[in-house]
Design a protein around this ligand. Structure first.
Ligand SMILES: C[S@@+](CC[C@H](N)C(=O)[O-])C[C@H]1O[C@@H](n2cnc3c(N)ncnc32)[C@H](O)[C@@H]1O
Length: 309
């Protein structure tokens, strides 16, 4: 059963320490876990919050929402929404925002979710199975140019063109791809060079997952929203699992960690910096040994600066 599959939370203590650092003991404010997953970080945050503290979580996945229902704590609530909806919260209403990006182990290990080439299942890959289009539905009509662009941009795959052509040729000859095994087999037959220790379909699967869930667009929107939602002194903690995500987080923090001069008004005072970059943290060797999935994690921490008077 899917519910019994476990997720080992990555950087558990490090993330919660970074989020709550600077807050008083038993903090009172409202904290955000933007990616509830199986609630590893959320449960840890709740242990540290005071009686008046609040934790608001988000997740797109109905299975995560079902898991959250098991938390019997009046201080906790969850929204079944993408975390871009952080933008709906009142300005300066959050004491801290945590994002632990990507997919959970139960998602990737469930054949019926279609995230992995390791198991055969429907070619779905939606985090939110209650809405939107699956990868199979999209591939049934997408044009070769768009498929190639997605594989190139989000998978950084050298063979994007040949893979896209093979997908469309197969659709014309035998009907659209329906399963993960069909996609994995087609990519393996098209990609001519093998990266050591990596399945040839790794990059294509990553690309389709990022595309179908609009992951990078939603990350950018949520980061922008966090600037308005965070109180001065509030922490933004983001754990990424691949370089495309981490680049966005790194650039976002860098962009807002400096004063910005308006080139069209060179004598006007600069726009104040809105974040202070605090840390970049990787899992310890011990954590990577105990949880190999943590090896690619990078956590970045920034603090919302005081709003100038
Ligand atoms: C790595 S897991 C989080 C694990 C969690 N920190 C824990 O310890 O159990 C990522 C979760 O974020 C969710 N997710 C990913 N992108 C999302 C988005 N844009 N909006 C809301 N939830 C998202 C996924 O459905 C998944 O459940």
């Amino acid at each position: 059963m899917t519910e019994q599959r476990q997720h080992k939370t990555v950087l558990l203590d490090e993330a919660v320490d970074a989020l709550l650092a600077g807050a008083e003991t038993a903090p009172q404010g409202t904290w955000i876990d933007a990616t509830f997953g199986r609630g590893g970080h959320s449960r840890h945050i709740l242990l540290r919050l005071g009686p008046q503290g609040r934790l608001l979580a988000f997740d797109k996945d109905p299975e995560a929402i079902a898991e959250a229902a098991r938390i019997q704590d009046a201080r906790f609530s969850i929204r079944h929404e993408g975390f871009r909806h952080l933008a709906d919260l009142a300005p300066a209403s959050a004491a801290g925002v945590l994002m632990d990006l990507g997919v959970s182990s139960p998602q990737i290990d469930s054949p019926e979710r279609g995230f992995s080439f390791r198991f055969d299942g429907p070619l779905d890959m939606r985090m939110d199975t209650t809405r939107g289009e699956s990868v199979a539905q999209w591939l049934a009509y997408a044009e070769v140019g768009q498929i190639a662009e997605v594989i190139r941009e989000y998978g950084e795959e050298r063979f994007a063109g040949p893979i896209a052509k093979a997908i469309v040729a197969r659709r014309q000859e035998r009907g659209p791809l329906a399963t993960t095994a069909e996609l994995a087999e087609l990519v393996a037959g098209t990609v001519k060079t093998r990266e050591a220790g990596q399945n040839p379909a790794t990059r294509t699967f990553q690309a389709f997952r990022i595309f179908i869930n609009a992951e990078l667009q939603e990350l950018q929107q949520a980061l922008e929203a966090s600037l308005s939602v965070l109180q001065p002194g509030g922490r933004l903690v983001v754990i990424s699992f691949h370089s495309l995500e981490d680049r966005i987080v790194k650039q976002f923090i860098a962009e807002h960690s400096k004063e910005v001069y308006d080139r069209r008004a060179p004598f006007a005072p600069p726009k104040a910096m809105r974040l202070t970059a605090l840390a970049r943290i990787k899992p310890s060797a011990a954590e990577v040994t105990g949880n190999p999935r943590s090896r690619s994690a990078v956590m970045r921490v920034a603090e919302r600066t005081q709003v100038p008077a």
